[in-house]
Design a protein around this ligand. Structure first.
Ligand code: FES
Ligand SMILES: [Fe+2]
Length: 327
C-alpha cells in the first residue's frame, strides 16, 4: 500500500451488522453438512432430516474437530466426526455415546438463521446481539408467474463498502456498464436504502432497452431489485464477507413469464450471463481501486456522503450519531 492510499478497514472496521445470504435453499438438502468461512470465522452449516437449517461455530468443544469436515446428520442433530458427540440446532450437546453424563459446558455457539424467499440468511453482529429487523417476504417469489431463482456466485477481493457504494454512484453507469441513467435518486429509511433508476441500456447485440428499476438494500448487504424492461424480473444481489479482504457476491434472477414458461426460460441463462458480465465490469474496478476517504466530488455525482452515513450505522458501535460526533 503506497502512502497516499488509505486503508479502507480504518473507517469501516470489522464486519457490519445485518442479515447476509449464505446459501440458496436448493443448495442445502436434508442431511447436508457444509464447512463455511464467513466474517473471518470457521462455521458449519447443516440441514437436519426434518429440513431445518442451522449454523454453528465450526469447532467441537470436546477436542476441536471441525464439524463441517465429516460431521453427519443424525435426525435433528449433527454428529462430530472425531468421537461422535452430537449437537442439536441450538448447539447443545445431546449425546456422548461413551459417557454416563453430558458435560454441562458442552455447547457450541449458534448463529441466528432464517430461511425465506428460497434463501438462507444468517444474522451477523460482532456483539452477538439478536436481529434488529426481519428479512422481508418477496411476494413475487411465491407467485407462479415468476420462475424459480437462477443463481450464481463470485468471489471478489474487495471491501463490502465498495459494493454498497454502487447504490448511489450514478456517474459509473455509462462508463462501466454502458447504461444511461436518465432519472436517478436515492432514499434512506432506517436500515433501508433505495435507488430509483430509469434509463436506457445498450445491449451487446445492438438496439436500446428502456428500463425502470427500484433497488432496495435491506440492511448492509442484501439488495432486492424490481426491474421493468423488455422483461420483468426480481434480481437479488447479496454479498457476504469471507474475511476483511474478500467476499462472496451472490446474484440471482427470477423472470416473470406471461404463460409461455419455456420461452421465458430460454432467456434466463442469457439474463444471468448478462448480470455476471455487469458485475465483472464492476469487479475490475473494485479489485484494483483505493478508498478515497474524502473524495473530490462534482454536482453530477450521486449521494456518496449520504450513502456512507447510512452504511456506517451497521458498524459497531451501534450509535452512528455518537460515532460521527467523535470523528
Ligand atoms: S472432538 Fe468432537 S467429539 Fe471429540
Ligand atoms: Fe456497477
Amino acid at each position: 500500500m503506497t502512502e497516499n492510499q488509505h486503508d479502507p478497514l480504518a473507517s469501516f472496521p470489522g464486519f457490519p451488522r445485518g442479515w447476509f445470504v449464505i446459501q440458496f435453499s436448493d443448495e442445502l438438502k436434508p442431511g447436508d453438512v457444509k464447512p463455511l468461512r464467513y466474517f473471518g470465522k470457521d462455521l458449519v452449516l447443516f440441514r437436519t432430516e426434518s429440513g431445518r437449517p442451522a449454523i454453528l461455530d465450526a469447532y467441537c468443544p470436546h477436542l476441536g474437530a471441525h464439524l463441517g469436515y465429516g460431521g453427519k446428520i443424525k435426525g435433528e442433530s449433527i454428529e462430530c466426526p472425531f468421537h461422535a458427540w452430537r449437537f442439536d440446532c441450538e448447539g447443545s450437546c445431546v449425546d456422548v455415546p461413551y459417557a454416563k453424563m453430558i458435560p454441562r459446558k458442552a455447547k457450541i455457539a449458534t448463529w441466528p438463521i432464517e430461511e425465506k424467499n428460497g434463501m438462507i440468511y444468517v444474522w451477523h453482529d460482532t456483539d452477538r446481539h439478536g436481529p434488529d429487523w426481519e428479512v422481508p417476504e418477496i411476494e413475487e417469489y411465491s407467485e407462479d408467474r415468476y420462475l424459480k431463482w437462477n443463481h450464481s456466485v463470485l468471489e471478489i477481493a474487495t471491501h463490502p463498502r465498495e459494493i454498497v457504494e454502487n447504490l448511489v454512484d450514478k456517474g459509473h453507469f455509462l462508463p462501466v456498464h454502458g447504461t444511461k441513467a436518465e432519472k436517478f435518486r436515492n432514499e434512506y429509511h432506517g436500515h433501508i436504502g433505495i435507488q430509483y433508476n430509469e434509463g436506457v441500456a445498450y445491449p451487446l447485440g445492438g438496439g436500446e432497452d428502456h428500463y425502470k428499476l427500484t433497488a432496495t438494500y435491506f440492511g448492509p448487504a442484501y439488495m432486492v431489485t424490481e426491474m421493468k424492461g423488455v422483461l420483468e424480473s426480481i434480481i437479488i444481489n447479496a454479498h457476504t464477507p469471507i474475511d476483511e479482504r474478500k467476499l462472496h457476491l451472490r446474484f440471482a434472477v427470477s423472470l416473470k413469464h406471461d404463460g409461455a414458461v419455456e420461452r421465458t426460460e430460454k432467456f434466463v441463462d442469457q439474463y444471468i450471463d448478462n448480470l455476471r458480465r455487469g458485475y465483472l465490469q464492476d469487479v475490475a474496478i473494485w479489485e484494483n481501486k483505493t478508498f478515497q476517504e474524502r473524495p473530490i466530488l462534482c454536482d453530477g455525482d450521486g449521494d456518496i456522503g449520504g450513502l456512507r452515513r447510512w452504511y456506517r450505522q451497521f458498524y459497531a458501535p451501534r450509535d452512528p450519531v455518537g460515532r460521527e460526533a467523535a470523528e
